[in-house]
Design a binder for this molecule. Structure first.
Ligand code: ANZ
Ligand code: ZN
Length: 837
């Protein structure tokens, strides 16, 4: 290694080992220091660390290292969200065991993370596929069962006929399985559910206190929970039955021109005709999410039954409609096509009336619709006794009248459903229950946990290997001792990630976690992850924490005090149209010149696409290993923090990373100039140094990493220009400390060269001298005849007389006065001098 170059290939590994040997980042629960729990969402072990992980973990790492420097005991753990489909897919495609595949991936990714030098407490590492972990999860599941929060119910599921599995709603994309692309069917199955709806009100109310969460995430959760106030009332049907419907817009009741029920509704199911049965079968195809049904073509079937309008007495036709969901409200609606878009499309298709009952003003009562429903506010029109009322008043009026008629009542309805956690999959936590012919469904005894997955499984036949396994499911009933069978469903992997942060905080052998130990760390002070988890993971984790608190197992309700969702790393794409199919190329395969790009292999042009999230499928990726090998961990870390605000996307650029690499070397040279014996004071530089220390601290605490980086650049420039002095040496040392959370290897190496004591990773954040934070010079404005004539830079706190004398001594001021008699001088200390002639 030459003396004036920093060589990461030797330094990075050396310091990583030094930190490991000194166990610098192992968190001590018994420490008396204030505690900080910094957590990034743990990764799925897909095989390679993605550049998005690098950005995410670098942010958390800077915060964790910084907090440690500020004297906190920091818990910054890492583990693996290791169950899930890709391992089974690999097993099917490559004939490997999901467990072996997962373990190999974990080993690779851990080595990658180590090369980036993250300050992680590896002593707490675990994977959710460790039997210890999922055994404790089984115990917690039984606790929730005891508390009445777990139940089984036959329910309709999205069934992927190719993967032979139930899909969560979000795994159904445009009516097709997210992985197989197969048309999703609906099936009824006995499923395990967690009663998240018991906590709907509390989960919603709790959002109000999460001030350090992004507003958009809170709003997404609020919408997902979906509390709506409305009216449930019954229509009298022509067949003599009653049909309850739910509406959030009772004010529009005079605009109802038909009634619609879900395909699974008893009214639909009881129809005795082939046409009806065919239509119901048709509705079973396609996705089940509200969002999908909104997009899909509206289809209906006229049942021939009519419903009597409670105020007009009109007979409204009753349809089966594909956009009505069975499990929301009552599974039946009064349809108001003028003011609901789905109803509008339906009425247009089937030639049903579209009356207007809401308008911008009473005069607009006859205004036609402009091709779509008007869902907004206004005044009520064409509605008998409601005419002229505001929407909210009309809602109250209708609820009052319906209640008086005894036909229904005001009601609150939630969009949030109970959480179906059953998966017909091998690679997950076995659900700890046993089915006995005599005793029914019996919980597995706690002392039989963990119920481990069998190793010898076959993935060549589709379906659930646990169901097919020759012996695994056969057990004795814990109650009667007779022959019984294990539950072969495994838990949704979102369960695994709903409590992992508690296990990081405390890891006893004999139970999932220790309550008091958990209390020392929780809640997580700063949680960092992708916006894609804004709803499900975060809501499930909030629910589990509440459910465990309800069982008396933890004292906290909200697991994550502060949440940050980072932006993505992006890059342009390169591709060619290969006879209708786009073939993509990696940035490494392409030569980029000015506006154009060519393929290195054949020198011919390739198309430059938009700058989008790096993804394997578009090949617009850079591999963390490659760039770390090329530039070292610190340049990569610095790049991740530099150019964009952390919540925004970060476009990867070769020029950008090269700039970071040059800055690493520039700092290296600067650190080499540190001279402990230099003398003399440079007040301006000292002031800049201390102001920067304070500002960088504020920036890091606010996760404004790019701002911190900009300030460090600025201070570095100032030091480079300054003459040798004690202040300059102090400034160099300060920069070394400021960059150490961001470029820990470079900083550690320079620290040791300077003869710094111990490891810099253990050092304290530099102290700020408050006296140096305030500028002790001020700029005084000097006015004459209402105009600014001169500005004076003077020491702060000069007396009125001194300021007056200085102002009058100014040449510019004298020119302006031009010999006139000075009648009065008004002085505002530290601000202004006004001369009156
Ligand atoms: C009449 C009406 C008039 C409606 C109008 C809306 C607008 P949110 O607000 O999302 O909770 N609805 C009720 N149950 C349904 C079901 N099972 N499947 C599909 N749609 C259903 O939605 C409540 C509204 O969605 C209800 O209010 C109902 O349509 C419809 F100008 O009733 B409304
Ligand atoms: Zn039994």
């Amino acid at each position: 290694m030459s003396d004036n170059r920093f060589d990461p290939s030797s330094a990075d590994g050396r310091w990583q080992r030094a930190w490991d040997d000194a166990r610098c980042f192992e968190a001590d629960s018994n420490s008396t220091k204030p505690k900080s729990y910094v957590l990034e969402m743990f990764p799925y072990p897909s095989g390679r660390i993605h550049i998005g992980h690098v950005r995410n973990y670098t942010m958390g790492d800077v915060l964790a290292r910084y907090k440690k420097m500020r004297g906190h005991e920091v818990l910054h753990p890492m583990g693996w969200d290791a169950f899930g489909m890709p391992a089974e897919n690999a097993a099917m495609e490559k004939g490997v065991h999901p467990g072996g595949w997962t373990r190999d991936n974990i080993a690779n990714m851990k080595a990658q993370l180590k090369r980036i030098g993250f300050a992680l407490d590896w002593s707490r590492e675990f994977a959710t596929c460790d039997p210890e972990y999922y055994g404790h999860e089984q115990a917690l599941f039984l606790d929730l069962y005891e508390a009445g929060l777990v139940y089984r119910k036959e329910s309709e599921v999205n069934w992927d006929p190719v993967d032979m599995t139930v899909l969560a709603n979000e795994q159904v994309i445009d009516g097709k399985g997210w992985r197989s692309g197969a048309e999703v069917e609906k099936r009824k199955l006995n499923q395990w559910f967690l009663k998240i709806t018991d906590f709907a009100e509390d989960l919603l109310a709790g959002l109000g206190d999460l001030e350090d969460w992004p507003d958009k995430v809170r709003l997404m959760q609020e919408n997902w929970i979906g509390k709506s106030k409305g009216l449930e009332f019954s229509f009298e049907l022509s067949n003599g039955e009653k049909l309850p419907v739910y509406t959030t817009r009772p004010d529009t009741i005079f605009g109802a021109s038909f009634v619609a029920v879900a395909a699974d509704h008893p009214v639909a199911q009881s129809l005795d005709s082939d046409a009806a049965r065919d239509f119901i079968a048709l509705c079973k195809k396609g996705g089940t999410t509200a969002a999908e049904l909104e997009k899909a073509e509206k289809l209906g079937f006229d049942t021939g039954i009519t419903a009597r309008h409670p105020f007009t007495g009109a007979d409204l036709p009753v349809y089966i409609a594909n956009f009505v969901l069975m499990d929301y409200g009552t599974g039946a609606i009064m349809a108001v096509p003028g003011h609901d878009q789905r109803d509008f499309e339906f009425a247009t298709k089937y030639g049903l009336p579209i009356p207007r009952v809401v308008a911008t003003s009473v005069e607009d009562a006859g205004k036609p619709f402009d091709g779509e429903a008007e869902a907004g506010d206004g005044v009520i029109v064409n509605s008998d006794f409601l005419d002229g009322m505001e929407v909210e008043d009309a809602k109250r009026e209708i609820i009052k009248r319906i209640e008086a008629q005894g036909a229904g009542e005001g009601k609150t309805v939630w969009r949030l459903r109970d959480w179906g956690v059953s998966r017909q999959r091998y690679w997950g936590t076995p659900i700890p229950f046993i089915h006995c012919e005599k005793c029914g469904v019996v919980p597995a005894p706690k002392d039989s946990l963990p119920i481990t997955l069998p190793e010898d499984v076959d993935f060549q036949t589709p379906g659930n290997p646990l169901l097919r396994h020759a012996t695994w499911k056969h057990v004795d009933c814990p109650t009667c001792g007779g022959k019984a069978e294990r539950e072969t469903d495994t838990l949704d992997t979102f369960v695994d990630s709903s409590w992992y942060f508690l296990r990081f905080a405390s890891q006893p052998d004999d139970k999932p976690f220790d309550k008091d130990e958990v209390a020392k760390w929780m809640p997580v002070e700063q949680y960092i992850g992708g916006i894609e988890h804004a709803i499900l993971h975060l809501l499930y984790a909030r629910f589990w924490t509440r459910a465990l608190a309800h069982c008396g197992l933890v004292d906290v309700k909200e697991p994550f005090a502060s949440l940050f969702t980072q932006g993505m790393v992006t890059h342009e794409t390169y591709s060619r149209d290969d006879g209708g199919r786009e073939t993509y190329f990696t940035p490494e395969e392409v030569e980029r010149t000015g506006e154009a790009a060519t393929l290195k292999a054949d020198g011919k042009p390739v198309k430059i696409g938009r700058v989008i999230k790096m993804s394997k499928s578009k090949k617009n990726v850079v591999d963390p290993d490659t760039i770390i090998e090329q530039y070292g961990a610190d340049a990569v870390r610095w790049f991740m923090l530099s150019d964009s605000p952390p919540e925004r996307d970060l476009p990867w650029s070769e020029a950008g990373i090269e700039g970071c690499w040059r800055f690493v070397q520039r700092l290296w040279r600067l650190f080499g100039q540190y001279d402990a014996s230099a003398e003399g004071e440079d007040k301006a530089l000292a002031r800049k140094t201390h102001q920067t220390i304070a500002a960088v601290a504020d920036d890091i605490e606010a996760l404004g990493f790019n701002k911190a980086v900009a300030r460090i650049y600025e201070l570095t420039g100032a030091i480079e220009k300054a003459e040798a002095s004690a202040s300059r040496s102090e400034a160099i040392r300060a920069v070394l400390h400021l960059v150490s959370p961001m470029m820990p290897h470079l900083a550690e190496e320079a620290w040791s060269n300077m003869g710094g004591e111990g490891l810099l990773a253990e050092a304290a954040w530099p102290e700020v001298d408050p006296a140096l934070l305030v500028d002790d010079e001020v700029t005084i404005a000097v006015q004459h005849r209402g105009k600014l004539r001169d500005t004076l830079t003077v020491a702060k706190g000069l007396s009125k007389d001194e300021l007056e004398a200085l102002a009058l001594a100014s040449e510019k001021v004298q020119r302006s006065i031009d010999g006139a008699e000075v009648r009065k001088v008004i002085v505002v200390p530290d601000r202004l001098v006004n001369i009156v002639t």
